[in-house]
Design a protein around this ligand. Sequence first.
Ligand code: GAL
Length: 419
Amino acid sequence: MKMKKILIAIFAISLVPNISFAGPKAEVLHWWTSGGEAKALSVLKADFADKGGEWTDMPVAGGGGDAAMQTLKARIVAGDAPAAAQVKGPAIQEYDDQGVIKPYNIDAVAKAEGWDKLVSKQVAQHMKCNNFTQYCAAPVNIHRIDWFWANKKVLDSNGIKMPTSWSEFNAAADKLQAAGIIPFAHGGQPWQDATVFEAVALGIGGNDFYKKAFIDLDQKALSGSTMVKVFDQMRKLKSYTDAGSPGRDWNVATGMVMDGKAAFQIMGDWAKGEFSAKGLKPGKDYYCSPTPSNKGYLYNVDSFVFYNVKGADKLEGQKLLASLIMGKNFQKVFNMYKGSIPARLDVSMADFDDCAKKSNADLNAASAAGGLMPSYAHGMALKGAQSGAITDVVTEHFNSNMSSKDAAKKLAAAVKASL
Ligand code: GAL
């Protein structure tokens, strides 16, 4: 009799976790609030719900994620990390150094599903913690930064072809300006200035220069004559913007190109997500082509990091999310909406549009030519202190009469001080 009671008690205890486990849950912090971004994210939300998951949305609006990263930091300092957050590049390892990610709950999923074989080594490295030995983040895509987007009708009716050099771009912009069209749709926010700046730097300086300046943080590259030329082109670009540019959101700038109010935008291919969400097609309504460079490609991999949280439901939610993010069909559908290309290498590009196919082909060509570069402006190349120091100078120059020489000097000094 006594034995029977004990057995019943043990049985009841063993049931406790199951009774309290109400299914996988995840609070997800992100900044995907524009039309195209939200549409892409809804694919993940739907997949999660289909598997019985309960998604708590934590959107923090603001392109480029600056505001989202502030909110995230505050939550972590308060000891209230979300289960998952959109975090990229070296910031992932910085969080790991703070000890808020381990014990790397999703690593078992990654190992079981063989992620090392599903993504490139370069992408895999960005996703790993614990000295790059364990997965702590899951990649959703590969965005390309160095793109021109242009309104087809505006270009065609003004006899302009997509520029293949910066001087061709300047000539086209002069012509459009004379015709009363805003040549360059730009949102004057620091991260957008930085986005344009790194595309110009890659084009004018070349791959080695980009690497020296924004990865090695070489003082000579940061202050030298090539950097002066980069700032000269930034000044030109500024002269092609309209008076409403300061503070404008990136998707509003994309809207100006869509509506034919402006001719060009320089922006990562999440801009294509906006065109797609409006049913517009490349080659028919708009043009895409890489900004001029010598087989360069600035990559930006979006990923979700999974923090150290408690509770079986949250831990299961993290594992489910990680697995869904790396799902083959998810990577296809999500990226068709988002404007990017899959991080998974085995997803066929056959159903993607021509811009995405070009991105994929160029990525491989750039990789072979040594031109595949992490975007500094989107947090893929540097830690926050260094990328912030660079962007501050870029923005200050863009919004003042500072000379290119002074800007280059200031850039090198700011980076030195940030180290
Ligand atoms: C980037 C991010 C993209 C896109 C963009 C604008 O940093 O990687 O996915 O959302 O910001 O918000």
